[in-house]
Write a protein that binds this ligand. Structure first.
Ligand code: SF4
Length: 220
């Protein structure tokens, strides 16, 4: 099955979806957004990485910044922070270049590596888009760059990660088509969530408004 462009979802949404399905729905279905320190720092980092689209050659490496990507098969669209093309006889031809090149996406993240695989899923989706767009060989691995401790982490894009990506994106399409926002499931993640003041996990967990008011007033 192939999706129409009108039905494409934002690729970056997969990290929201992996973090909390309700957070993803609030952002991508209900268009709710709230900045906190982390989201502002993340936005600044990404703007610095690809404030404009560029393509440069460094030795045997081509570096593309801000490359738009999409997948008809997955029904997603987005932008890669960086795609590095390594010269290789097994690679693909690129416009205006004689040699053959193998692409490797690099996603930039501020802060430390997460204890979930949301960043890996986002990176894997990018690779799947690039494979489809360029008809290139399977991208075996790619990189996540973390601001702390300012180094790259190699990520193997194995079949289990790919299957998880596909399953998650299918689920995203399903919820998006139904315009369904999952109910709140308070967890430790809520403390770090930029949408907790919109989601109101405590009020939705309490049975009624008076119970919530008492809770907020510290009476319970
Ligand atoms: S506050 Fe908690 S339940 Fe609500 S969107 Fe954020 S992480 Fe999800």
């Amino acid at each position: 099955m192939e999706y129409k462009e009108d039905d494409y979802l934002q690729l970056s949404g997969i990290q929201h979806f992996a973090f909390c399905r309700r957070q993803w729905a609030l952002i991508h279905i209900e268009n709710q957004w709230n900045e906190n320190l982390r989201t502002v720092q993340g936005r600044i980092l990404h703007n610095n990485v690809h404030d404009s689209k560029s393509f440069e050659k460094r030795g045997s490496l081509l570096i593309s910044r801000g490359m738009p990507i999409c997948s008809r098969e997955l029904g997603i669209t987005g932008t890669c922070d960086v795609v590095e093309f390594k010269e290789s006889k097994d690679g693909v031809k690129l416009y205006n270049r004689n040699e053959s090149w193998l692409p490797v996406p690099v996603e930039y993240k501020k802060g430390i590596p997460k204890n979930n695989d949301s960043d890996k899923l986002q990176l894997c989706c990018q690779a799947m888009c690039i494979e489809e767009m360029l008809l290139c060989p399977t991208i075996e691995c790619a990189y996540l760059y973390y601001g702390e401790p300012a180094k790259r982490e190699l990520v193997y894009l194995d079949s289990s990660l790919r299957v998880k990506c596909k399953k998650m994106i299918d689920e995203m399409h399903l919820l998006f088509n139904r315009k369904y926002t999952p109910i709140v499931k308070p967890s430790k993640s809520c403390n770090a969530c930029s949408l907790k003041d919109i989601c109101l996990p405590k009020i939705l967990k309490t049975k009624n408004a008076s119970e919530y008011i008492k809770l907020r007033l510290g009476e319970l």
